[in-house]
Ligand binder design. Sequence first.
Ligand code: DGY
Length: 432
Amino acid sequence: MYSREQLADIARATLRKNDRGGYTLPTAGLYPFQWNWDAGITALGWMSFDATRAWHEFDTLFSGQWGAEDLGGKNDGFLAQITFHKDSDSYFPGSDQWGTEALEVRTSSISQPPVHATMMRWMLERSATGPAQDLALERLAVLVPKLLAHHRWWYRCRDPQQTGLVVNVHPWETGMDNSPAWDAPLRAVPATARPYERKDLDHVDASMRPPKAFYDRMVYLMDFNRSVGFDPARMYAECPYRVNDIGIISILQRASRDLAHLCSVLGLNAPAQEMLMRVNRTQLAVQALWSDRWQQYVSRDTQTGALLDVPTSAGLLAAYAGFDRDCASTVAQWLTETPYGLPSTRMTFPRFEARRYWRGPIWQHINMLMAVGLADRGHAELAQRIRQHSRVLLEVAGFHEYYDPLTGDGLGGAEFSWTAATYLHWIYPEGQ
Ligand code: DGY
């Protein structure tokens, strides 16, 4: 059992230990590069004690952003799930597996949930006066154009028909890799025929990681992108896996609102309006993803048109996204089912697994996003309950990648950056 101050010390030490000079590993060994949404959440942690370092996390992340000339030239603004600043042999698939060798800064060829504009807005809010505010405004002047390019990439390449609901082409893009919501659409994806060697099982017990059949399909989809020359039109039309992920849609929705705000702060009024136009379109379109059965939003297979009617925590980010239905009563119901906070899949769902990656465990950064969103919508007591669950879990178990919602055990990678950052940003400042 750690005290509040001890935990804050350990959290800061965790970030310093995972720092590789401008970017932060999620955890050494298991994830030896810079990950996209990890970087966004982790910057919040740095912000609590080193603002310069916090903003620098984004500089290094966006150094891997694709430009108008890169790899076929059709993905201007793309920001990858992994940026390979240095090589490492402790991870598969590494920098030589994606077909992106021609890039100056090598990356993977899929993206991840675009949390960055929201994280930068929160960092700006923590820099209300003086030199901290000057620094924030100086960094935002550089980063907001990059954020705009990235949001435009999502809307242009992943929603070319302007439906209001972006599509993703790989479960790793969702960040919620092996969620049971992806079981049905993955049946349409062939297993790769080529040999490959996983590395994740050198670091974490197989019972906590996805099975081989899943990896066979991840590799197939990775190779598919290369086979179509990273052409977003072909990916959108031909990829055997195409899903409206409610997690990405919710996170993009919030981020585009926050990006509009950041644009306004910088006096960029036309881009602010452009983002709000996108937000309005999604606000209406998302109604198609409502599940009467689970009383929350869910994802959809865009090839079959079928709702992926699985109750995951991604579909509870509704208040965070600012959707018309905020799902507060459903969140309250979930909270009666576990003593440790919201699991990634509802515990009453038949394919819930308490210890296996995204099929059940609790992820602290998701709970933070959910709680902040609920507080914004006036559900302060509910938000406080989620925070209290997380505080107790972290005080007992420390900073792991994820947690067993039945026992509270820490699982996956240890000394995990975004969990430490979540503590520093969300739990530590407000005391008990
Ligand atoms: C992994 O390798 O498990 C990562 O989640 C992919 O982003």
